[in-house]
Write a protein that binds this ligand. Structure first.
Ligand SMILES: Cc1ncc(COP(=O)(O)O)c(C=O)c1O
Length: 341
C-alpha cells in the first residue's frame, strides 16, 4: 500500500505564499521568486540500471510546494503578460483536484492577483484538499455543468474587464514557451556531458510536451506519456506546435498504453509500483501523471525498447499536491465500504 507522502518540503526555493507581503510589484516579486534551476539528479535504485540505461530525473517537483513542476514553467510568462495588460484578476478552468487550479490560486495570492476558478461539475458538498487550499488563497469558484465546462462558457455576470484568461492546464502559447526552459536548464546543467537520447514527459493537454519538443529542434527522441485514454493528444500536440511555434517535428512519440483506464483512473499495480519506486529512490510520484509515465518507462525498458547504454531524462512535472485529495478520497471510499457492510 502506498505510504502517505509527507508534505514536508525541502523548500529549496522561497515559498511563493511568503512573497506577497514583501514584494507588491509583480516583476520584482517574480525576480525574487524566480527559481534557481531545479535539480537534475541521477536516478538511483535498480529500476532502470538493470537494463543498462543511464537515467536522470529533472526535479521540477521541487520548484515550490504550490507552484510546482510544469505549473511554474507554464504560468510564469502568463503572469508577466497579465501584469503587462494591467489585469487585476486571473480566471482559469480545472477539475476539483486540479494541480493547475491549486497553482493559479497560489500564484494569485503570491503575486497579487484576484483569482476565479471555473470548476468542472457540480459543487461538492464538502471541498477536497485542492479546493480548500485554493479557497484559502482567496480563489472564488464557479461550478460549471459538464457541458458548459466543455464549451468553456464563462457565466455572463463575470466582468471580464481587467481579467486575464488562462486556459485549462495553463496551456497556451506562453505556457508552451515557458516549458522550453526545462530543456535549456537541463542543457546548461549537462554542459560538456553526453546528450540525452530520450526525453520523457507525462501529458494531459500537451503543452509541456510541445514546449520540450520545440526547444529540442529535432534532437533526441521525446516520449510523451498520455495520462488519458485515446490518441487525440497526437493531434493536440501537433496543433500546439504549429500554432505556437510554426514548426512540426517527427522526433517524438505519443505513448498511449499507460493511462490505466483514463484520466485520474488507476489500478492497484500502479499504486504498488509508485510505493516501490518511492522506497527505492526516495522520490514520490503522483498517480495521475508522473506515476503512469515512470511505470511506462520501466515497462518499456523491460521490453527492450531502449538501446543498451541509452541516456534517459525523466521530467518530474510535480502534481504531488493531488496526493492529499487522493488519500482523502481513499479514506472516504474505505469508510463508505465499511458503513455499507
Ligand atoms: C503534474 C502534472 N504533470 C503533467 C501534466 C501534463 O502537462 P500538460 O497538460 O502540459 O500536458 C500536468 C497537467 O498539466 C500535471 O499537473
Amino acid at each position: 500500500m502506498l505510504q502517505e507522502i509527507e508534505f514536508e518540503h525541502p523548500f529549496i526555493y522561497i515559498n511563493i505564499l511568503h512573497i506577497s507581503t514583501i514584494m507588491p510589484e509583480l516583476s520584482k516579486a517574480l525576480q525574487r521568486f524566480y527559481p534557481r534551476p531545479s535539480p537534475l539528479q541521477p536516478l538511483v535504485g535498480n529500476f532502470l540500471e538493470q537494463y543498462g540505461l543511464e537515467v536522470l530525473i529533472k526535479r521540477d517537483d521541487l520548484i515550490d510546494p504550490a507552484l510546482s513542476g510544469n505549473k511554474w514553467r507554464k504560468l510564469h510568462l502568463n503572469l508577466l503578460e497579465a501584469d503587462r495588460l494591467e489585469a487585476s484578476t486571473l480566471l482559469t478552468f480545472g477539475g476539483a483536484y486540479s494541480n493547475h487550479i491549486y497553482a493559479v490560486a497560489a500564484a494569485g495570492q503570491g503575486f497579487g492577483f484576484q483569482t476565479i476558478g471555473m470548476i468542472r461539475g457540480e459543487q461538492p458538498k464538502t471541498f477536497g484538499a485542492t479546493l480548500r487550499f485554493a479557497e484559502s488563497c482567496g480563489m472564488v469558484f464557479r461550478f460549471l455543468s459538464r457541458t458548459d465546462y466543455r464549451n468553456k462558457n464563462i457565466p455572463t455576470d463575470i466582468d471580464m474587464d481587467g481579467t486575464y484568461l488562462i486556459p485549462e492546464g495553463g496551456t497556451n502559447c506562453l505556457g508552451v514557451k515557458g516549458c522550453a526552459s526545462i530543456v535549456t536548464e537541463v542543457q546548461e546543467q549537462l554542459s560538456g556531458e553526453a546528450a540525452i537520447d530520450y526525453w520523457c514527459t507525462s501529458s494531459g493537454t500537451g503543452g509541456t510536451a510541445a514546449g520540450i519538443i520545440n526547444q529540442l529542434q529535432g534532437q533526441s527522441q521525446v516520449l510523451v506519456f498520455s495520462s488519458l485514454k485515446g490518441d487525440f493528444l497526437q493531434g493536440d500536440i501537433e496543433q500546439l506546435l504549429q500554432k505556437c511555434t510554426y514548426t512540426s517535428w517527427t522526433n517524438w512519440q505519443l505513448m498511449t498504453e499507460y493511462h490505466f483506464g483514463g484520466y485520474a483512473k488507476f489500478k492497484p499495480e500502479l499504486i504498488e509500483f509508485m510505493d516501490a519506486f518511492k522506497k527505492q529512490t526516495g522520490i514520490a510520484l503522483d498517480p495521475v501523471y508522473t506515476g503512469k509515465m515512470v511505470y511506462g518507462i520501466v515497462d518499456l525498458a523491460a521490453k527492450g525498447f531502449f538501446k543498451k547504454g541509452s541516456r534517459i531524462l525523466i521530467v518530474h512535472t510535480g502534481g504531488l499536491q493531488g496526493m492529499a485529495g487522493f488519500y482523502e478520497q481513499r479514506k472516504q471510499n474505505r469508510n463508505g465500504n465499511r458503513n455499507r457492510n
